[in-house]
Design a protein around this ligand. Structure first.
Ligand SMILES: *Cc1c(COP(=O)(O)O)cnc(C)c1O
Length: 363
């Protein structure tokens, strides 16, 4: 193990997982809790797996401070299925839903919702290149809900205060890429969802947190795998759940608690992101961040270099230096550093040192 070579992993998703979590999964892989089987090989109705899913839920409740009138579900189909599923469950027939469109993911969410009914944009920052949080919202007081994406993974813009919906309009949030990255007041939300593979585990499981009255909205006769009421009532065990992925997110929740909880994690995340933004700001324009300063994500940091050629060279040389996953999304171009919870300060330091060295040679 001493010659173990781990990459500095800046992948946007699936992203980095804490080394301790991977090591625990490795240690338990062949014989989970004395069963003589891996957690992948045991029944999802066994007492051992029941303990896994219940502990994961309890730890998440503690981490995020989730009140008892909210259900937690571990579902499949990714955040992308939630785009359609939440519209099918939370928007009554004939009603309209509001969406704040701030990047690729919220744009995709409203597109899905429009296939199944009425949805309107309460704001759309596409004309600004999706680089900001909208200053003004045009809100429908009768909307079935107000949906927003708390962190746009591709454009690197993040909401640091929740939008305020009109009285009685539930707030719905795609928190896939900043889930458990800092404390939030869950009571401000009616419904939250997150694909695990950005910040909380492997792909294959999506965490859904739904206030009880949201689950009551589920209409009759939805196909069962699209029906929150059934899935919540079964404790996410209506059918075979993604048991290994649930086990892994459970380990990540335990790891997050060991770090001191979300306040401590936020502190580290601010240090890491701060280092990268400082390197951008102190580069005299060699590196240019995509997002406006007050909307800068703590998780995903897209930035450009003076030319596409230099961007290619940057990605190649970074890779040689064991810095992986820095190529940006094609829609924004350039580079993107994803500094999720599991990216260490050591990793962020290695990136920033490389950025400075690269500029010295190429600036
Ligand atoms: C990655 C991502 C999605 C899509 O997630 P899948 O699990 O791949 O469906 C949706 N929203 C946000 C904010 C994301 O980062």
């Amino acid at each position: 193990m001493s010659d173990l070579k781990r990459a500095y992993n800046f992948n946007p998703g699936p992203g980095a997982l804490p080394l301790e979590v991977l090591q625990q999964a490795q240690a338990e892989l062949l014989d989970f809790k004395g069963t003589g089987m891996s957690v992948m090989e045991i029944s999802h109705r066994s007492k051992e797996f029941e303990a896994v899913i219940q502990t994961a839920e309890a730890d998440l409740r503690e981490l995020l401070g989730i009140p008892s009138n909210y259900k937690i579900m571990f579902l499949q189909g990714g955040a992308t299925l939630q785009f359609a599923m939440l519209a099918m469950n939370l928007r009554p027939a004939g009603a309209s839903a509001d969406y704040i469109v701030t990047g690729t993911w919220s744009k995709t969410a409203i597109k899905e919702a429009k296939k199944l009914g009425t949805a309107r944009a309460a704001a759309n920052t596409e004309a600004d290149g999706f680089n900001c949080i909208p200053a003004k919202l045009d809100l429908d007081p009768k909307a079935a809900y107000l949906h927003f994406t708390s962190n746009e993974t591709i454009h690197g813009v993040e909401f640091f205060t929740e939008p305020t919906p009109p009285d009685g309009v539930p707030l719905v949030c795609d928190t896939s890429s900043n889930f458990i990255s800092r404390p939030i007041d869950v009571s401000k939300y009616a419904f939250l969802y997150a694909g695990a593979q950005k910040n909380a585990g492997p792909s294959g499981v999506t965490v859904v947190i739904a206030r009880d009255d949201m689950i009551e909205r589920t209409p009759e006769n939805l196909p069962v795998m699209l029906d929150y009421k059934t899935l919540a009532a079964s404790g996410s065990l209506h059918n075979t759940p993604p048991s290994f992925a649930i086990y892994m997110v459970g380990l990540v929740f335990q790891w997050a608690k060991k770090q001191g909880g979300l306040a401590a994690i936020e502190k580290t995340n601010r240090v890491k992101a701060g280092m990268v933004y400082d390197a951008i700001d102190q580069s005299g324009g060699f590196y240019r961040g995509h997002a406006k300063v007050d909307a800068r994500s703590l998780m995903n940091i897209p930035f450009r270099l003076p030319s596409e050629e230099l961007e290619d060279t940057f990605a190649k040389e970074a890779k040689k230096n064991n810095l992986i996953g820095l190529k940006g999304h094609r829609s924004v171009g350039g580079m993107r550093a994803s500094v999720y919870n599991a990216v260490t300060i050591e990793g962020a330091t290695a990136l920033v040192d490389f950025m400075k060295e690269f500029q010295k040679k190429n600036g």
